[in-house]
Design a protein around this ligand. Structure first.
Ligand SMILES: Nc1nc2c(ncn2[C@@H]2O[C@H](COP(=O)(O)OP(=O)(O)OP(=O)(O)O)[C@@H](O)[C@H]2O)c(=O)[nH]1
Ligand SMILES: [Mg+2]
Ligand SMILES: [Zn+2]
Length: 354
């Protein structure tokens, strides 16, 4: 198998020029990230790999922590391979890292499709879906929503329609995740050269979807608690799987927190109809709190806009603004204090825990 053909099995896009490599170097993709190292794949075999302090040179020379999905130049014949340099990312999915200080966490890199997974059981939550859509919207990648456990819930069609209305134009499918047939539309979007990432709460069915697409029980799945449908955090590491159809899929641990980075276009990504109404308000600086000629309040009065949705729109844009202010303050401080330090870098791509 040629290098390019092997790399295609781990999501290298056909026709993309390979970087220049010396004798003992090869191009690999990060398929797992652990506290003390990485698992990478060159299209033929997986291998353990390490980088000093977990960092490699980014495309502008600044140190970057590789994430699952990254293509990296590695050196060495025996394990652990040494990770040297990161190839430019075609997309990055981030969230705000947990904790008081502002920091970004890269969830996955070089992704073509975000698959937001939500159970139709106690996991069902339209407000949480809005938050997911805002977060993945910032990555600018194709998104689909998969509602699992449709085989168990009689109101599946109704709930699916309700979410389809708020997610449009993002498609929403209600499925039995154990049924590979039901996932055919998803498989069709994950052909050769494409990489998807599964996102959702613990117990939503991400690993069940992975197994159905793999056609084999590759990922461990776990029962959810009967009284609140919560999962037990069965999956503990993000890992990139090679699908039989040629594409790649990243299964992730259940997400407990979805903090914004400040880059989310909340208005555009998930509240388009509110954004359109705002344009019709009489006053440019309308706060939609009773001003005359307010199109937003008129839509609520006529039953066209759900007040709960407006409230959540305000909450999410407020969170986004607060995150953006924290980010900008950090960039400013870095710019004043650190000679040679690229602005903004301090907040990005750092290990979340040491
Ligand atoms: N009946 C039915 N059960 C499902 C479906 N999807 C998932 N399940 C079950 O829900 C439970 C949780 O599924 P997992 O695939 O482990 O969930 P997960 O999202 O990977 O959870 P974490 O790894 O903890 O983040 C398991 O018992 C699955 O068998 C579905 O569509 N129908
Ligand atoms: Mg799982
Ligand atoms: Zn208004």
């Amino acid at each position: 198998m040629s290098d390019a053909a092997a790399l295609a099995t781990i999501g290298w896009q056909p026709g993309l020029a390979l970087p220049a490599l010396t004798g003992d170097q090869r191009l690999v993709r990060v398929i797992e990230q652990h506290r003390n190292g990485f698992v990478v794949h060159d299209g033929l075999v997986p291998a353990r790999a390490e980088a000093p302090r977990g960092l490699v040179a980014g495309d502008d020379g600044t140190p970057v922590r590789p994430a699952v999905g990254d293509f990296v130049i590695a050196a060495g014949q025996s394990e652990p391979l040494a990770l040297l340099a990161l190839l430019p990312r075609r997309s990055v999915l981030r969230r705000g890292a947990a904790g008081e200080r502002y920091r970004q966490q890269v969830l996955a890199a070089n992704i073509d499709l975000a698959v937001v997974v939500m159970g139709l059981d106690g996991d069902y939550n339209p407000r949480r879906l809005e938050r997911y859509l805002a977060l993945v919207g910032a990555a600018g990648i194709e998104t689909v929503v998969v509602l699992t456990k449709a085989d168990r819930h009689e109101d599946a069609a109704q709930r699916c329609a309700a979410l389809a209305a708020l997610a449009a134009p993002v498609p929403v499918w209600a499925v039995n995740a154990k049924d590979p047939q039901a996932l055919a539309p998803l498989a069709a979007r994950l052909g050769s050269g494409r990489t998807g990432v599964l996102l959702g709460s613990s117990g939503a069915g991400k690993s069940t979807i992975s197994n159905s697409l793999m056609g084999t029980v590759r990922q461990k799945t776990g029962d959810v608690r009967a009284h609140d449908s919560r999962g037990r955090h069965t999956t503990t590491v993000r890992s990139l799987l090679q699908l039989p159809g040629g594409g790649c899929l990243i299964d992730s641990p259940g997400m407990r927190e979805l903090k914004f980075t400040g880059d989310e276009a909340v208005e555009v990504e998930c509240f388009g109809e509110i954004d359109a109404l705002v344009d019709q308000c009489r006053f440019r600086d309308c706060r939609h709190e009773g001003e005359p000629g307010c199109a937003v309040q008129a839509a609520i009065a006529s039953g066209h806009l759900d007040p709960a949705r407006l409230a959540h729109f305000r909450k999410l844009s407020g969170e986004r603004d607060a995150a953006a202010a924290q980010r900008d303050a950090l960039v400013r401080r870095a710019g004043e204090g650190g000679p040679g330090r690229a602005p903004g870098r301090r907040a990005t791509d750092r290990p979340t825990r040491r």
